[in-house]
Design a protein around this ligand. Structure first.
Ligand code: NAD
Length: 337
């Protein structure tokens, strides 16, 4: 049983903590908060030992009646590995402390690949992280692209990908982000950073992306145009995606024609926080014209990277050499289809 701590118990951190707790070979021995807010209170109510990022704020937690177990420095001393889920850019600053402690660390997609040195996706490059000290789990968008492009590349080879990324303006709880009533080319320059980010885990993929921000909080949505290396039928692509873990085919004609309806379906699954860890691909959108595959998919940005964080722990701690075995183990414990 390996001891894991989560530094930054926010949108991603609280989900990673629960996913790790569900595994029989890992345990959470601490999570951290900067403020005595409802998430801090609920972490303690769930039974997590809570550590504070800023020792001078101890009185704030005491006054709020939230029990703390110590400081982040103390938490890190006890761990086999830290999953850093702090806001983008903070993780890279924390890296020096983890290095001083000789502590292995996993970072999130808000960090720059160059700052961490190695990026991770369980399906694309698991073995490159085996036994390494630091790795970055790629962002929710890049994880979504990898989940479907990797099996398609395995099936028939990919000459070139073009993708239009329609991105949510913010997460559901974020009251001060937008846009509220606009479609924003973001960035307005082409290509966006998503293509190069995919190349940090699928090293040889030829891809260009453009990205937009829209006024929604539920999911991202991707539109892909994929020039195939070898001729295949759409049915073969469908079969491949059906057989691929953490990908699900959905049918618009069954009432799942939008991100809103897909998130309603996620509620029906009855998981904690209504999370959808899998990438839904609209079956009707799959089409091949003149050797080019078209399809549309969505990404539940708050949760899809969470299982890959669990897999990354097993890779860094050399707990499982076979990526398929860790994926299966993680999936089973998290109830992933
Ligand atoms: P968040 O703001 O919801 O949570 C961050 C947590 O870190 C909060 O609990 C905050 O209190 C804590 N924190 C802030 N400053 C800190 C500091 N200096 N030291 C320690 N803790 C600190 O952020 P999030 O959305 O969970 O994002 C975390 C990381 O995950 C980022 O790299 C982000 O890019 C990435 N990510 C986010 C999403 C998403 O859609 N939210 C999806 C995939 C990846």
């Amino acid at each position: 049983m390996k001891s894991v701590v989560v530094n930054g118990y926010g949108t991603i951190g609280k989900r990673v903590a629960d996913a790790v707790s569900a595994q029989d070979d890992l345990k959470i021995i601490g999570v951290s908060k900067t403020k005595p807010d409802f998430e801090a209170r609920m972490a303690v109510e769930k039974g997590y030992d809570l550590y504070i990022s800023f020792p001078e704020r101890e009185k704030l937690f005491h006054d709020a009646g939230i029990e703390i177990s110590g400081t982040v420095d103390e938490m890190l001393e006890k761990a086999d590995i830290v999953v850093d889920c702090t806001p983008g850019g903070v993780g890279a600053k924390n890296l020096a402390q983890y290095k001083d402690l000789g502590l292995k660390a996993i970072f999130q997609g808000g960090e720059k690949h160059e700052d961490i040195g190695l990026s991770f996706n369980a399906f694309a490059n698991y073995s490159d992280s085996f036994g390494q000290d630091y790795v970055r789990v790629v962002s929710c968008n890049t994880t979504g692209l990898t989940r479907t492009l990797k099996p398609i590349n395995d099936l028939c080879g990919i000459k070139k990908v073009r993708a239009v990324m329609v991105r949510r303006g913010g997460d559901p709880h974020q009251i001060n982000v937008g846009p509220l009533n606009s479609i924003v080319p973001n960035p307005p320059t082409v290509p966006s950073h998503h293509g190069p980010d995919l190349q940090t885990v699928m090293y040889d993929i030829n891809i260009n992306t453009v990205a937009l921000l829209v006024p929604t909080t539920l999911m991202h949505q991707h539109n892909l145009m994929v020039e195939l290396e070898n001729q295949v039928e759409v049915e073969e692509i469908i079969k491949k995606l059906e057989d691929t873990s953490r990908v699900m085919l959905v049918k618009a004609n069954e009432g799942l024609g939008s991100t809103a309806e897909i998130m309603e379906y996620a509620k029906e699954l009855g998981r904690s926080r209504n999370d959808l860890f899998e990438i839904p691909v609209w079956q009707e959108s799959l089409n091949i014209t003149e050797g080019e595959l078209y399809y549309m998919q969505a990404v539940h940005q708050e949760s899809n990277v969470v299982p890959e964080n669990v897999d990354a722990i097993r890779a860094l701690l050399e707990m499982e050499e076979d990526p398929e075995k860790t994926v299966q183990k993680t999936n089973k414990a998290m109830g992933i289809l």
